[in-house]
Design a protein around this ligand. Structure first.
Ligand code: 5GP
Ligand code: ZN
Length: 134
């Protein structure tokens, strides 16, 4: 993955951003945050309240509240979330040992931030209880 992209990235251009959405703010560069990775459509940050030794969030820069908000044209972007996630797992040295990818959807899954995101958890043996949901 080309980390030099980080230097040339233009924030806030052409994305549907939602007011008062913390992930939109972070993704548009309006709120200081350390990006582990960022490109035209996706960024990666460490979870502020980690539930595993390694707990990253892979987040589309476009605002989607739920998976139900995506359409056919968004399929490449959703696929890209997984490409970036597996690359991050490699970078963090957990591709071989294993990791968990998780998306919380709605109230019963205790989704707290209404901006679609993929949790990447790993770095040790993860429990099976409640599927390790953060
Ligand atoms: P959810 O419960 O919606 O699936 O996950 C939201 C996650 O975002 C939580 O694990 C929470 O700790 C994390 N989070 C909430 N606010 C912030 C923030 O401002 N910065 C970062 N890095 N993570 C956040
Ligand atoms: Zn948002």
């Amino acid at each position: 993955m080309d980390r030099n992209k980080l230097a040339g990235i233009r924030f806030g251009d052409g994305f549907k951003l939602e007011r008062e959405c913390i992930f939109c703010e972070i993704g548009s560069g309006n709120k200081g945050s350390d990006f582990l990775y960022i490109d035209e459509s996706v960024f990666v940050i460490k979870d502020i309240n980690p539930h595993a030794r390694i707990h990253l969030l892979v987040i589309p820069r476009h605002h989607f509240t739920f998976l139900t908000s995506i359409s056919l044209t968004d399929e490449p972007m959703i696929g890209h979330l997984f490409t970036v996630a597996q690359q991050m797992a490699k970078d963090m040295g957990i591709a071989e040992s294993g990791y968990r990818l998780l998306i919380n959807q709605g109230e019963d899954a205790s989704q707290t931030i209404p901006h679609l995101h993929l949790h990447l958890l790993g770095g040790h043996k993860l429990g099976r209880g409640n599927h390790g949901s953060p």
